[in-house]
Design a protein around this ligand. Structure first.
Ligand SMILES: *[C@@H]1O[C@H](CO)[C@@H](O)[C@H](O)[C@H]1NC(C)=O
Ligand SMILES: *[C@@H]1O[C@H](CO)[C@@H](O)[C@H](O)[C@H]1NC(C)=O
Ligand SMILES: *[C@@H]1O[C@H](CO)[C@@H](O)[C@H](O)[C@H]1NC(C)=O
Ligand SMILES: *[C@@H]1O[C@H](CO)[C@@H](O)[C@H](O)[C@H]1NC(C)=O
Length: 686
C-alpha cells in the first residue's frame, strides 16, 4: 500500500466511525510526545469544530525526521481529501516545516495523518498542535467558490451569514438573490400615480407585477398615461404584445393589452376596480410606463321635471350621493302610485341609478262639502271639489236665513278644508225667520173676532183634544203655550196641528210633542175657585221632528228683551180656534185686536194679578179671548221694521179670564217678556 492509498484508507475508516463531538478548540500531539516517536507509526486524527466555522490548526512544535518531500516521516494536514500540507523537519526555517503559521481549513473538519518509516536513526519528538474554531466570513467572496453568497448585501454572522436586498428589492426564496419589487399592491386612494419598476429606468426582466386600483363603489377610475411610454412590441400571427405587455382589466370587459411606443393616453375605465398587470420575460427591452389615475363620481341621469311641482336642487349633472327633493306647488299633493306621501327624497346611488323614481304632484281636493241644514250648496267654480273650487251656501229662504248674510262663500284651501275669505271653516247655521206672514191686513176679533185668512197667522198651532188649546210656534222645533193646555199631557204623544185655518182641514201639518216643559215655578195648588193662581203660566213644547216651515207654518218672534214689556194702550192681536160666540167653539181660526191695560185696570175679584201677567181686551168692541184660545198668541207688530216687511212678536200667552168671555172684555196674558231667558235656556238645553 503506498502512502496516499494508506491516507485514503485511513480517511475512509474514520468516516465509518463517526463519534466526533465538535468542540471549539483542542490539542493534538504525536504518540508519546514529548518522548521520541517510534518507527512504523500510522496514526490519524479527525478534528472537527461546529458547523459554520472553519477549523484552524497551529503547530506549537514539530520535530520530524527531515527528508526531501518528507518522504520518510511526515505529518499531513488534509481537508476533504485534499492535502493542505505535508510537514517534517525540526527548524522553522526548514523548507517543509510549518513553523507557527496557522493552517486554515476551508471547512470545519480537518484530518491529521502521522506516518513514520521503519528506520529511526535519530530520535525525533514528533509534534504537538492546537486547533480552534474560526468564524468564517462567508461574505468575502474568496471563501466560496461559486461567486458571492449574496447577490446584493451579505451580513456575516457568527458561524453563518444572511443575505439582504437594497431598497426596492425583495429576497427571493433562494435566500441569496434579490428581485426588484413591482410596487404592486392595492391602491385605494381616490387618486394616485403608478409606474413600472425602476421607471424611468429600463424595466427588469421576468416581471409579473400586479397593481390593483380599488376605490369605493360610486367612483369611476380614469387612467392617464404619461407620454413617456415604451413596452417592447413583438408581432406574431396577428398577436402583438407577445412577450412584454401591460394588461388593463376591468370587470365585465375583455382585458386590454398595451405595448409599443405610443402612450394609451387617457382611459376612462368606468369601473371602480381596475387591475394592471405588467409582464416582461427574460429578453428584450422595455422602457416602462407611468400613469396618473383619478376618480370621478358616478353620474345619475337628470331626474327631469315634474308638473305642478319642483325638483331641487337643480344641477347640471347629478353625481353619486347627490340627492333631490320634490315639492309640490301649493294645492298639490305628492303621490307615489296610489299612495300619498308627505315628503320625497331620492339619492343618486353608486350604480348610477336613482334609488326612487320621481313621484307625481296631484291636485288636492277638499272632499264633498258638509251639507247645510235648511240650506243648500251651489258649486260656483272648479270641479270635483278640487283646490280653489268655490262653493256658496244658501239658507232655504225666506223661511231660513243666516244671521247676517244672504250667503257664505267657501274656497277649497291648501289645507284641504273649505274655508271662508276670513279663513273660517265653520259653516253658520240657518236660523228660521220669525214673525213673518203672507197676509198683512188685520181687523177683527176672536170672541167676536174675524176669521183669519190662510198664511195670516202662520205661527198659530192647534191641539184638538177635549180641551181645545192653542200654541205659538217660535222655532222649527219649539212652541210656546200655557200650562193648562199641556198639563197632564207630559207623558203622552200630544199631537199638534199647524198650517191650517180650519180645524177640519184634511191636510194639516201634524206635529208630535217629544217634550213638554212646564215652568218650574208654576203652582198647581188650588187657590180659591181656581186650580192655580196662574202665576208663571207658561210651558214649552218640543216637537219630535223638525217642523217643515212654509207660507202657512212659520214661527213668530220672541219680544226684544230691551223693550218695555207692557205698553198701556198698545194694540195687539189675539188669535185662536176658541169660542167666538157664547158656548160655541169655532171651527175656524179667528183673530181680534185688543189693547193692553195697566195693572190697576185689571183687578178681577180676589185673583192676584202678578207682574208675570197683564190684561188686555177691548171693552168698546167687546173683543176677548175665550175658552179654547188658551195657550194661543197675543202678538204685536215689531218696532223698527219697515212697512215692506212687517214682522210680529208674541208678547202674551192666552192664560185665563172670567168664565163668561166678553163679559168684562178683559183677558189675562202671561208676560212673555219675563221668560225670555228661561225660554232660551230651555230650548238650548233640550
Ligand atoms: C536553525 O537554522 C538556523 C539557520 O539555518 C541556525 O542558525 C539555527 O541554529 C538552527 N537551529 C537549530 C535548533 O538547529
Ligand atoms: C393627463 O395628464 C396630463 C399630464 O399630467 C394632463 O396635462 C392632462 O390634462 C391629463 N388629462 C386628463 C384627462 O386628466
Ligand atoms: C208615543 O209614540 C211612541 C212611538 O211612536 C210609542 O212607542 C209610545 O208608546 C207612544 N206613547 C204613548 C203614551 O202613546
Ligand atoms: C232690540 O231692540 C234694540 C233697540 O231697539 C235693537 O238695537 C236690537 O237690535 C233689538 N234686538 C233684536 C234681537 O232685535
Amino acid at each position: 500500500m503506498d502512502r496516499i492509498d494508506l491516507i485514503i484508507w485511513l480517511l475512509w475508516t474514520c468516516v465509518n466511525v463517526p463519534k466526533c463531538e465538535p468542540t471549539m478548540f483542542g490539542e493534538v500531539s504525536s504518540p508519546q510526545y514529548p518522548q521520541p516517536y517510534q518507527a512504523n507509526v500510522q496514526e490519524q486524527w479527525d478534528l472537527e469544530v461546529p458547523q459554520g466555522y472553519q477549523i484552524q490548526l497551529t503547530f506549537n512544535h514539530l520535530d520530524i525526521e527531515p527528508s526531501p518531500d518528507c518522504y520518510y516521516d511526515s505529518v499531513s494536514v488534509l481537508s476533504d481529501k485534499k492535502v493542505l500540507g505535508k510537514f517534517c523537519g525540526q527548524n522553522s526555517t526548514d523548507r517543509f516545516h510549518p513553523g507557527h503559521k496557522p493552517i486554515l481549513a476551508p471547512g470545519n473538519r480537518l484530518q491529521l495523518v502521522f506516518l513514520t518509516d521503519d528506520s529511526n536513526h535519530e530520535s525525533h519528538l514528533g509534534f504537538t498542535a492546537f486547533y480552534q474554531a474560526v468564524d468564517i466570513d462567508e461574505c468575502s467572496s474568496s471563501s466560496v467558490e461559486n461567486g458571492p453568497p449574496c447577490s446584493q448585501i451579505c451580513l456575516n454572522t457568527l458561524g453563518s451569514y444572511l443575505c439582504a436586498c437594497r431598497h426596492g428589492y425583495t429576497l427571493r426564496p433562494d435566500q441569496r438573490t434579490c428581485a426588484l419589487e413591482c410596487g404592486g399592491g392595492v391602491h385605494s386612494e381616490l387618486e394616485g400615480t403608478i409606474s413600472s419598476p425602476g421607471f424611468p429606468d429600463m424595466s427588469p426582466h421576468d416581471l409579473d407585477c400586479i397593481y390593483t386600483i380599488s376605490v369605493q363603489p360610486g367612483y369611476m377610475i380614469t387612467l392617464n398615461f404619461s407620454q413617456n411610454f415604451h413596452i417592447e412590441q413583438v408581432y406574431n400571427q396577428g398577436d402583438t404584445c407577445l412577450f412584454h405587455w401591460l394588461q388593463v382589466s376591468v370587470q365585465g370587459k375583455p382585458p386590454q393589452k398595451y405595448c409599443g411606443g405610443k402612450s394609451p393616453g387617457v382611459l376612462n375605465t368606468g369601473a371602480h376596480i381596475v387591475q394592471l398587470e405588467y409582464h416582461t420575460d427574460g429578453h428584450g427591452q422595455s422602457q416602462g410606463w407611468s400613469l396618473l389615475y383619478t376618480t370621478q363620481r358616478v353620474q345619475c341621469p337628470n331626474p327631469g321635471t315634474i308638473t305642478s311641482g319642483t325638483v331641487t336642487p337643480s344641477f347640471a349633472q347629478y353625481l353619486y350621493r347627490d340627492y333631490i327633493h320634490v315639492r309640490c306647488n301649493p294645492g298639490f299633493k305628492l303621490m307615489m302610485g296610489d299612495k300619498e306621501i308627505s315628503s320625497f327624497k331620492s339619492i343618486c346611488q353608486s350604480n348610477g341609478q336613482w334609488h326612487l323614481n320621481l313621484p307625481e304632484c296631484k291636485i288636492i281636493d277638499c272632499g264633498a262639502p258638509k251639507p247645510l241644514l235648511n240650506g243648500d250648496i251651489q258649486f260656483v267654480s272648479g270641479e270635483n271639489n278640487e283646490y280653489l273650487s268655490v262653493i256658496e251656501y244658501h239658507c232655504n229662504e225666506p223661511y231660513y236665513k243666516f244671521k247676517d248674510s244672504a250667503k257664505v262663500t267657501y274656497k277649497c284651501a291648501v289645507d284641504r278644508k273649505w274655508r271662508e275669505v276670513s279663513n273660517n271653516d265653520i259653516i253658520p247655521p240657518c236660523y228660521p225667520v220669525c214673525g213673518m206672514n203672507t197676509e198683512v191686513s188685520f181687523g177683527g176679533r176672536v170672541f167676536g173676532g174675524k176669521p183669519a185668512r190662510s198664511g195670516q197667522i202662520p205661527w198659530q198651532l192647534l191641539h184638538t183634544a177635549q180641551n181645545r188649546g192653542g200654541a205659538s210656534l217660535i222655532s222649527d222645533y219649539w212652541a210656546l203655550t200655557a200650562v193648562s193646555v199641556v198639563d197632564g199631557f207630559e207623558n203622552t204623544n200630544m199631537t199638534w196641528l199647524g198650517g191650517i185655518i180650519n180645524s177640519k182641514d184634511k191636510n194639516p201639518v201634524t206635529m208630535k210633542a217629544e217634550k213638554i216643559i212646564i215652568h218650574p215655578n208654576y203652582k198647581r195648588v188650588p187657590v180659591g175657585d181656581y186650580q192655580t193662581d196662574f202665576d208663571n203660566d207658561i210651558a214649552l213644547i218640543k216637537m219630535s221632528d223638525r217642523v217643515p216651515l212654509g207660507p202657512n207654518l212659520w214661527p213668530v218672534c220672541l219680544p226684544n228683551k230691551t223693550h218695555e214689556p207692557v205698553m198701556e194702550g198698545t194694540m195687539g192681536t189675539v188669535s185662536g180656534f176658541g169660542g167666538f160666540e157664547r158656548g160655541l167653539k169655532s171651527e175656524i181660526l179667528r183673530y181680534g185686536h185688543i189693547r193692553e191695560y195697566s195693572s190697576e185696570q185689571c183687578v178681577f175679584g180676589d185673583m192676584p194679578v202678578t207682574d208675570n201677567m197683564f190684561c188686555a181686551g177691548d171693552d168698546v168692541q167687546r173683543v176677548d179671548s175665550c175658552q179654547g184660545d188658551s195657550g194661543g198668541p197675543l202678538f204685536f207688530p215689531m218696532l223698527g221694521h219697515g212697512t215692506k216687511e212687517q214682522r210680529y212678536e208674541v208678547r202674551g200667552i192666552v192664560s185665563w179670564g172670567p168664565e163668561r168671555c166678553g163679559q168684562v172684555s178683559k183677558g189675562y196674558y202671561t208676560k212673555v217678556q219675563n221668560y225670555l231667558d228661561w225660554i232660551r235656556e230651555t230650548m238650548a238645553n233640550n
